[in-house]
Ligand binder design. Sequence first.
Ligand code: ADP
Length: 464
Amino acid sequence: MSTDEARQSALEHYRQGLQVTPEQLAQIRDAFVREVQAGLRRDGHSSLLMLPTMVDILPDGHETGEFYAINFGGTNLRVLFTKLAKDKKQVELVEECTAEIPLEYRRCHVDQLMDYVAGQLIAWADHHGGGLHRHERPVIGFCFSFPVEQTAIDAGKLIHWTKGFENEGAIGQNAAQLLADAFKRQGLSVHIAAMVNDTVATLAGIRYGDGIDANVAVIMGTGTNACYLEQLSHIEKWLPGFRPRTSDMVVNTELPGFTAPELPLLDVDEELDAESNHPGQQTFEKLTAGLYMGEITRRILLRLVAEDGLFGGQAPDAMKVAYAFTTMHVSLIYHDESAELDEIGRILQEVLQLPADQTRTEDRKQVQEVCGLVAQRSARLMATAVTGLLRQLGRDGSSRPAQRNVVAVDGGVFAHFPAYTALLHEGIRDILGEEAAGLCSLKAVEGGASFGAACVAAAANNYM
Ligand code: ADP
């Protein structure tokens, strides 16, 4: 076979494999809904954990007062102060990223870690908003994105650490109490009114602005996740010690684990999975999330080199390094609109060490096409989860007339990959049709999960 014929066949294989048709999308959406419903049952077996969050109160936009948030997500620590006012135009919001949590605080006793976290808010508040001391008992929303067995809206036991934290004394303890104790050691009595993960906080933030039309939140960063507001009567699982105050509760789907025979896995996905730390797990996340889009692309490009003669059939050593090519590169390549695709040439040189004068425009075009296909597949699969949750809520226009839906989005991919949101919306349109999709908007919240955590604390505090 000539090189040109071979080029057609390998690229064509991925063109076809990565494009998810509207029929496939509907089938995946249906499979997703089945897993959602199984996961809510007491003894249902599901790839979705469907964790009840005990968050039964969300803001409705009428909250007022001064609130703080601590967003402890793993990499960075963020603190926020907000003054919620009746008139939304008067709402004040000051957020600060206190940067990466130093390595030594990832290994010390948890009390020292919490002293550091509390200390960051205290020091920051001294400069913004006049200090914590001016409140009799400052109200704080705590966004804590680690595996927690939630026991109440403001309490939950840490199951185990992730993301490189190893602090002793924390497992099995109520993380909100550990934080409150740290403030106490520094002479402050605070009220941690809510402890939530980033997905739940994001939903709360959008609810504050958009009220009852906002019921679903999705995160697309290094990892992915989604939560939604479910009727309590649909949650058959045992909710230990929970006394309902409303008829709804936020459910954390634990979306990464979703798997179904309908998911269009390719050879490169199977290889990536086999070589990952947890083969056979987190299938949906490996097809979609920021951590993986670059790696999937790298693996496909290697195939194109070997089978199609891309880059003259020679893969540079830098191209053989797993995870060397990232989703940031996918995004930059996707958005290169220059005639000679100069930005792509620069990235190929910088990341894959392919001299810019040796990559042909034709090769650059193929790289751009693959990046587009990988990002598009991710976004379209994400659309099956979003529309699956809208179907579960009876809000997708299939059982009742289409209605307005606001889906909260947050995470680095939404923030830094401008086309991703449009690709997601295109997928939603292919599943729901023009009318229902036209009524569905994807919205990021200013202040993100930190603002959301402050809002859910406000709602819980006002409710008391
Ligand atoms: P995390 O998910 O780690 O808490 P973020 O929500 O900020 O943090 O997401 C970081 C992820 O966002 C990165 O791992 C990467 O996948 C993605 N990302 C970062 N920058 C870009 C970019 N310029 N284009 C596309 N994706 C990006």
